[in-house]
Structure formats: C-alpha cells, structure tokens
Design a protein around this ligand. Structure first.
Ligand code: EPZ
Length: 430
C-alpha cells in the first residue's frame, strides 16, 4: 500500500508550476464525442481522473495519442458505443458528462451511475436529468444505469433551483446540437464552465453568456475538431498558495490566472499572509503566526468548496477562532476527525466547523478521505511537528499531478512510500 510520509517543519521556498484544470478537462474530453473528428488538446493534467476518462473514451472507440506528457490527440471518428458500463464509471464521478455528450451527439446515452469523490453523503444528479428532460429527452433509471433518449432534442428553457456545476455542464453538452435555442438560468459560473463553453464554441457551437448566470445556446447541426489549451487548475494553485502561507514560506505559483484565485487571495490576506499578483503567477509569503478568519463556501465567484478542507488545515494553526461554513455540500467535514488526531481543535456544528487555532500540530497516521481532504492532510503534515503518514493517497493522485515532486522542489520533506505486505519499506522520491 502506498502512503505519503511527511516530515513536517520545512518552510516552502521556490516556484511551483500549475498543471491544467482537472474539472475543466473532465468536461472537455467527453465533449470531443460531439464531433467525429480529430482534436489536439494541450495542458491536460497527468492525473488518475483524466486517465480514467481517456480510458473510457478509448473503450468507446476513440483513438488517443500522447504528443507529449500534457498534449493529447483524440480521434473520435470511430466511436461506436453509446453505453458506458459501471466497470468504467465506478472510479470517476465526472463520467456523468458522458450522458450529456452522448445524448447531444446520438440522441441516446446509457451510462452507469458514477463513483468518485463522495464526501460521506449523497451526490444527486436530479438537476442534470431535469435539464435533459427540458430538451425533450426521456429518462429512465434501472439497476444503477441512467438511460436518456430522444427522437430529436429541442432547445428549451431551464431554471436550476440550485447552482450546479455538473448540471450546467451536462445540459450545455446536450444542448449544443439541439434544434433551436436553450436558455439555462441560475447557471454555475465556475472558470471550468467558461473553459468548456470556449472549447465548444471553437468546435462550432454558439454559446453566449458562459461565466454569467444566464447561458444561451443556439443549437447548430454540425461540430468539428479543434486545437485547444485547457486553463490552469484553480484548486491546485489554491492548495499550494495555502501550503506556502501555512508553512511560513515564500512561493511563486506559476502558470495561473490570478483572477480565478481572488477568493483565496482575499482570505489569505485576511489571515495576514502577503499575496502579490502578476500576469500569470502569484507570490505568497508569510511570517509568524497568522490570524484566523471566517470562511463561507459559495458557488463561483464565492470561496470554492474545493478549497475548504485545505483552508481549514491552515486555520487550525491560526491565532483565535475561525468559523468555516460549507454552503455547497452538506457533508464535507469528514476529514476533520483526521485533523483532530493531529491535535487540531475543531468542532462540527451542522454545516459549520468551529476552529479554535492551536500553536502546533503533531504528526500522526491519517488518511485521505477524499481528494481535497487528502490535500488538507498534506498541508497539516507539512506544518506538523514530527512525521505524518497519509493513507489512501489514491484519492490525492486523482487530482494532483506530481504532488511529491512539486513539493519536494520547494523544500518539503515528503515521500511516496510503498508499504508492501512484508513491510519492507521502499521509498520512491518524486
Ligand atoms: C463539481 O461537482 C466539482 N466536480 C466538485 O469538485 C465541486 O466540489 C463541485 O462542483 C462544487 O463546486 C467536478 O467538476 C468534476 P454541483 P458537482 O453539481 O458538479 C447539489 C473536486 O474536489 N446538487 O455543483 O457534482 C449537490 O448535492 C470535486 O474537484 C443537487 O442537489 O457539484 C451540491 O450540494 C469534488 N442535484 C450542490 O448541488 C444535482 O443534480 C452543488 O453540486 C446536482 C447537484
């Protein structure tokens, strides 16, 4: 079993290059199904979730070729299947985007309900399905498989009563080739929605308003291949910003879009860290103990829920009391048990965590309950006294490219260690 072993206490100094955005890539790759053509996509992160998505596309008949580590060519001309079985979807939450893409292209999709990050609660897709129904699709669910079909998709008006990234993306995928005009109201505004819309427009779609809460899609009959570069990962960047501030370090985070990081920048400054913004990088540094602050997660442009666990790890060490409220997910505090094992003083009350800052954390064996929970454990481990061992790092590998290599390069003492059954420890650095 692989674990991360961290010896805490090193300040991070240097530069970290950010990879392409996971949550944009997991939408853009299935979008290639919407044309029978060849695509070249740059800045594709080399992470487990993307490898899972590429494997699914290959099983469906796409040909995938790596031009270099982060550039792929996808040829979708020979896609033959509109069915995606559970064997393929079980490790990837975003496999539900195949529903929208297949429905949009073939008027028919059969996709097994996905696995992936589950924060301990239910992750419904009712809004996705309502959106498909508004375009004229008939939906049925049986044995964990969702089937959506239509004789012809027709543009429709959709109002989401809750802001949903996944439902907005799925309806966009289904609507780009539907006949007529689709209006999505109360749409999500995340950078990855805009990135997907830019990609689809380059394929020949006619989407206006992405990045606002009203998106208008005028259906087109044909789409074609294109060359595209995925935006940098907002959450990977935010995670390293928080790690730099939490360790009292000084790190330049490169290949980013500073505007996407504003909610994180604002909160780091409120805690007393310095954040300097440049065209495509930010420098984060801090000295001495930081101050606690209150955080409330909201859909973009609010503070991202996907930064909530990492920021809570920082707040666990800040002076004073902080209140962290997650208004996006009902159940995203499972990881707090792990932080308290390291000496953090945090209590959960409903949708909020009350964090009473402590002067130091102590290394302990902990686990990564999910992707961002794992990132929080890394930050806590980097700051803690002694050794932290993180189990279940498969979750972290789903979303962070080269995390050991990137952190080691800025002075962290972190290693991926294979603990085989016979307990002979084999260390793999970077
Ligand atoms: C996306 O998940 C991200 N995943 C998540 O990131 C992120 O936490 C989330 O958006 C919120 O920003 C991907 O992009 C692949 P939602 P998604 O639909 O689309 C409720 C990470 O760490 N809801 O915006 O599944 C839902 O329960 C991952 O990278 C419904 O009620 O999230 C939640 O409370 C984890 N019905 C809220 O909406 C629905 O049909 C927002 O969920 C859909 C959602």
């Amino acid at each position: 079993m692989e674990k991360f072993v961290i010896r805490g206490g090193s300040e991070l100094h240097g530069e970290i290059e950010i990879s392409g955005a996971k949550n944009a890539a997991v939408a853009i790759l299935p979008a290639t199904i919407l044309a029978k053509d060849i695509f070249t996509i740059e800045n594709v992160p080399d992470i487990k979730d993307i490898n899972s998505m590429l494997q699914i596309l290959e099983e469906m008949g796409a040909a995938v070729r790596y031009l270099d580590r982060s550039t792929i060519q996808i040829d979708t001309r020979n896609i033959f299947s509109q069915t995606v079985p559970y064997e393929l979807t079980k490790n990837l939450r975003a496999s539900y985007y195949l529903l929208g893409a297949l429905l949009g292209m073939y008027n028919h999709a059969r996709v097994a309900m996905p696995g992936g990050c589950n924060f301990g609660g239910v992750r419904p897709i009712d809004l996705h399905l309502k959106g498909f129904a508004s375009l004229g699709a008939v939906i049925s669910t049986d044995g964990g498989i969702v089937e959506a079909k239509a004789s012809k998709l027709l543009g429709g008006s959709i109002y989401f009563d809750k802001v949903s990234v996944g439902a907005t993306i799925n309806v966009l995928l289904a609507a780009v080739k539907a006949r007529g005009i689709t209006i999505i109201e109360n749409a999500a505004r995340e950078p990855h929605i805009v990135d997907l819309a830019n990609f689809l427009n380059l394929m020949g779609a006619n989407i206006k308003g992405a990045g606002t809460d009203v998106i208008k899609v005028e259906g087109v009959s044909e789409l074609h291949g294109c060359d595209y570069s995925i935006i940098p990962d907002q959450i990977e960047a935010g995670t390293y910003m928080v790690a730099a501030a939490a360790t009292g370090g000084d790190v330049v985070i490169k290949n980013i879009i500073p505007k996407h990081l504003e909610p994180i920048t604002v909160k780091l400054r409120e805690c007393g860290a310095t954040v300097e913004e440049f065209d495509d990088s930010v420098r984060v540094f801090s000295h001495g103990r930081l101050q606690g602050c209150n955080i409330k997660t909201k859909p973009h442009p609010g503070f991202p829920t996907d930064m909530q666990p990492q920021f809570t790890a920082l707040l666990a060490l800040c002076e004073g009391m902080s209140i962290v409220t997650d208004s996006v997910w009902d159940n995203r505090f499972r990881y707090v048990d792990q932080l308290t094992r390291m000496g953090a003083q945090i209590q959960i009350e409903g949708k909020a965590a009350i964090v009473q800052g402590v002067a130091s954390l102590k290394g302990a064996p902990v686990k990564a309950d999910d992707l961002r929970a794992g990132a929080a454990m890394i930050i806590a481990g980097l700051c803690a006294k002694g050794v932290t061992e993180i189990e279940d790092i498969v979750h972290i590998d789903r979303g962070y490219e080269d995390v050991v290599k990137k952190l080691t390069a800025v002075g962290a003492d972190i290693a991926r260690v294979d603990f085989p059954e016979n307990m002979n420890i084999r260390t793999k650095r970077a």
